[in-house]
Design a protein around this ligand. Structure first.
Ligand SMILES: Nc1ncnc2c1ncn2[C@@H]1O[C@H](COP(=O)(O)OP(=O)(O)OP(=O)(O)O)[C@@H](O)[C@H]1O
Ligand SMILES: [Mg+2]
Length: 397
């Protein structure tokens, strides 16, 4: 069976993607202009891009884990649900800089942000999955959907990613909320985010749309390193810094490296063992504005897997590093001066201290066992004096 998709960039025809007999071929249209590139790694050229698997940039939106199983279950009987089949199913709803020549079926959008935040959420997530699974071209393993939601405060329809916790990771939404709060307070760019009142949902605004709602370019580190999603845990934070240096516009390079350094510090301090290649990306309106995307998907994974380790190597090891070593990483790899590295690290510690205030306040109030476990774990991680923080004394090392 032959499969073909018309690939468009910012509304104009860019080329065709054909999947056939274990081979995937992308060809730019003869009249594609140089700024209609589909990926920073695939400049416009006459020669075809031939891959044994779906090219990483087209694979980037394919759901993994939960959403993939929902989609496969719903559609296995109707159509082929290999990578190309799933991409074809989702193609009409992909609203990105790169999109496909098929129109959205236009389901009604009558969801309000307040309903997600304060509604009775029993069964709500399952309902959202029924309505939005096929419009959720989102990678990642955790249960989530991409929903068009009306924000009463701004009177705008905006795209939000709604994440729920599977049974495997209790109070995951609270965990992610706490971690993102610390990052925000540390001055790291993050999308607008919320925790639903019943704490079953973590909700965040899509960051790859402009104020006017126009899609921006976004490519994760798997795409930029020409790796498939199966290789998201292979590589190092040094290589991510190198990719930033390669693709980020000179205007934004120093700023992006400072942000990346802080993100690595926070991943170590919060013990996020899921900081893999798909959890960092670059964002752009055009080639002159390529920069590091806001931080997303930061969770203290040692709350669930006590001896979890980092997702990628740093200085050759996947252990949690302490201040002294992270400062060295900042200076040697992120091109910081010693003074800058110290200052940025202190900003991270300030963000963590603010999280500690929230965590301790919550620990004094009513909590269920799952919430208490996550908060007590964070409290333990945050307990150390920043200057003498010793990773060896924390669980998960
Ligand atoms: N706010 C956002 N705006 C736009 N895209 C986002 C946003 N948050 C996440 N994404 C995209 O969606 C993908 C999946 O989201 P996320 O990483 O939060 O899910 P996850 O299931 O927890 O992932 P993992 O498999 O790493 O645990 C990300 O890799 C990123 O490409
Ligand atoms: Mg992720």
């Amino acid at each position: 069976m032959s499969n073909e998709l018309n690939v468009r960039v910012e509304g104009g025809a860019a080329g065709t993607l054909v999947g056939e007999d274990q081979q995937f071929v992308f060809s730019y249209a003869p009249d594609a202009s140089p700024d209609q590139f589909v990926s920073l790694t695939m400049p416009v050229r006459f020669r075809d891009y031939v891959h044994p698997r779906l090219h990483p940039v087209f694979e980037m939106h394919l759901p993994e884990g939960y959403l993939l199983s929902v989609i496969k279950k719903q559609f296995a009987k109707l159509t082929e649900t290999d990578d190309f089949g799933v991409l074809s199913l989702l193609a009409p709803s992909i609203r990105g800089r790169v999109h496909y020549g098929v129109a959205d079926s236009g389901l009604p959008d009558d969801l309000e942000l307040d309903h997600l935040l304060y509604g009775n959420n029993d069964g709500l997530f399952e309902e959202l999955v029924q309505r939005f699974a096929l419009r959720s071209a989102l990678s990642g393993v955790q249960p989530k959907v991409l929903a068009r939601v009306e924000n009463k405060a701004t009177l705008k329809l905006e795209d939000y990613i709604v994440k729920s916790s599977g049974a495997e990771y209790p109070a995951l939404a609270l965990n992610e909320y706490c971690c993102m709060l610390a990052l925000k307070n540390a001055g790291i760019p993050v999308p607008e985010f919320y925790l639903s009142e019943d704490e079953s949902l973590f909700i965040m605004k899509r960051f790859d749309l402009t104020q006017e709602g126009l899609p921006m370019g976004f490519e994760d580190m798997c795409v930029l390193q020409a790796k498939s999603r199966d290789d998201k845990y292979s590589g190092s934070y040094e290589q991510v810094a190198k990719t930033i240096k390669t693709f980020v516009n000179p205007r934004f390079k120093a700023e992006s490296l400072r942000q990346f350094f802080k993100m690595v510090v926070m991943n170590n301090r919060l013990q996020n063992g899921d900081g893999h290649l798909k959890n960092f990306g670059l964002i752009y309106e055009n080639v002159a504005s390529v920069r590091l995307a806001p931080a997303y998907d930061v969770v203290s994974t040692t709350a669930y897997i006590r001896h979890d380790v980092a997702a990628l190597t740093l200085m050759g090891s996947k252990k949690w590093w302490n201040r002294k070593h992270l400062l060295r990483f900042g200076i040697q790899v992120c091109d910081l001066t010693a003074g800058q590295a110290e200052r940025l690290f202190d900003e991270c510690e300030a963000g963590l201290s603010e999280l500690k205030v929230y965590v301790q306040r919550r620990l004094k109030g009513p909590l269920n066992e799952d919430q208490r476990n996550v908060l007590a774990h964070l409290d333990e991680l945050l307990g150390s004096d920043p200057k003498t923080f010793d990773a060896a004394k924390c669980p998960g090392v």
